[in-house]
Ligand binder design. Structure first.
Ligand code: NDP
Length: 337
């Protein structure tokens, strides 16, 4: 690492700078924690596409008033196993943090808890939302819809978001097994990274505004569309997410997006989250998960989803987090330092 090119910062220092940037952009102090924690967790775990790279989008949305950093989430409905939240144009992480105690109570009492959040901005990775639940012994599934960026079922224009889905399960004696993926071949964050670095993306990632295949990140971002992974299969998952995270929550569909122009504004949509308490069923869950993972590793899998992040997390805990010069300068500017 050359010090002129990159900077090593501690996790705590990074968190204080990200919090300062969000506060400076107008977020209320009581809302800053969950959003900053998500951004920092991504940098800590080596998920650069959703770390500091995303901060300008959060800041921009707050400064424009597109997202409301001062509103507080409110419960709009509750049953024994389901809670509906209106995020009031704030961030989904704040709504989830607000709902967390109720979700844990419901998962304990009813064995199942469902969160339906509407009127929320996400713009981050999903695994930070669910890994903590799996660490507490719960199976967790979540998805968010985002603004229209992806074509569906062979179409050439964006209609759904690149709707992400994440799953986490407790794994006896190990950190949870967690996967988290967009329904597009490449996430918009990775296309943004390529655009920033002046790189082309591989063929098959997206199309331009005329629906023609392109490897230019700017043509994809500027009126074009990302393509679903696995063709019709990824499109089907994205549509499922629109149903769970928008139709069911009462939130806005990707195609109804009214966000200000430019790629760096947060998506306004909804979030679906399901928790299942394996302690409430008699399935020998722990042993069954262990047996499955053993079989997968025995069959030659080089690693499990989440392993890369966990490895990087251990390194970051000891060595701190390396930010490239541009990311560090951006962070200082946004934090007003
Ligand atoms: P990736 O393709 O980078 O990774 C998808 C999953 O596959 C990860 O869980 C990853 O685990 C796992 N994985 C990758 N390679 C292997 C391997 N060799 N063996 C086992 N597992 C592997 O993710 P995407 O580009 O699809 O998505 C990136 C992020 O974008 C996600 O966090 C998603 O939530 C976010 N996103 C957010 C949206 C929003 O609106 N908020 C919209 C769309 C995407 P590992 O982490 O360990 O590498």
């Amino acid at each position: 690492m050359s010090s002129s090119q990159s900077k090593r910062v501690s996790i705590d220092h990074l968190e204080s700078l990200v919090q300062a940037a969000l506060l400076r952009a107008g977020m209320a102090p009581e809302n800053v924690g969950p959003v900053a924690a998500t951004i920092v967790a991504c940098e800590r775990d080596g998920v650069k596409s959703h770390g500091i790279l995303r901060l300008p989008g959060f800041v921009h949305s707050l400064q424009l008033g597109w997202a409301d950093g001062r509103s507080r989430p409110a419960i709009t409905g509750q049953t024994a196993s389901l809670v509906s939240i209106d995020a009031a144009n704030g961030f989904a992480q704040v709504a989830l943090d607000f709902a967390r105690p109720r979700l844990l109570e419901m998962a304990e009492a009813a064995g199942v808890a469902v969160l339906l959040t509407k009127n929320s901005h996400h713009f981050a990775a999903l695994w930070p939302d669910i890994e903590p639940f799996a660490s507490r012994g719960l199976v967790a599934l979540t998805c968010v819809n985002s603004k229209k960026r992806m074509a569906a079922w062979g179409g050439g224009r964006p209609v759904t978001g690149t709707n992400a889905i994440a799953f986490a399960t407790p794994r006896p004696g190990h950190p949870p097994l967690v996967w988290d993926q967009s329904s597009s071949v490449l996430s918009q964050g990775d296309v943004l990274l390529a655009a920033n670095e002046g790189r082309a993306v591989p063929a098959g990632i997206g199309c331009d505004a005329k629906g023609q295949p392109t490897t230019s990140p700017s043509e994809i971002l500027d009126g074009g569309a990302l393509l679903p992974f696995g063709g019709s299969k990824g499109a089907s998952l994205a549509v499922m997410v629109e149903i769970l995270a928008a139709a069911l929550t009462g939130g806005r569909f990707g195609f109804e997006d009214q966000s200000p122009p430019g790629p760096a504004t947060t998506s306004f949509g909804g979030q679906f989250l399901l928790l299942i308490n394996p302690g409430r069923v008699q399935s020998g869950f722990d042993e069954r998960v262990s047996a499955l993972v053993a079989a997968i590793l025995d069959a030659g899998a080089s690693r499990l989803p989440g392993d890369r992040r966990y490895r990087q997390r251990q390194i970051s805990a000891v060595d701190g987090i390396v930010l490239d010069a541009a990311a560090h300068a951006l962070l200082l500017r946004l934090a007003g330092r």
